[in-house]
Design a protein around this ligand. Sequence first.
Ligand SMILES: [Zn+2]
Length: 143
Amino acid sequence: MCFVPYIESRKERFRACNCGEDHDIRIIRGIYHYAEDKHTIFCVGLLEHKGERHIWVSFITGEWPDTNEQDCYITSHIWSTSEGRIMKIENSESSPFESSDVFDCYPVTRDQILAVDGAKGWFIDTYLSLFKCDDEIGGYIQN
Ligand SMILES: [Zn+2]
């Protein structure tokens, strides 16, 4: 049998963006089952700044190495340029998420994410798979 990834308990809402301008950010959260017996809670933010669309993706990871924290989240930012789509691992604190959006977890920094072997690769595989699974998230940025 072939496992088909799916999202459980998908919920979304809009709230004011924290950038100071008068527009909303759309927050989508749920549990993403990406492999047999493997899942992660995600928080995705869809927003438009100056006519450009941005996606922020955070995954709740549990304990993260060298943070001394049990409940952590890691973050990336995806946007489009004339050369194609860019994905960048970010400091979680720089995301547009409020701490309640990410279940009051600890914001892992970019350096702490990149310090862990395989973390970036896992992040890329998992976000691409999530984008394939959810048309609204995956289709938000066209190229
Ligand atoms: Zn904004």
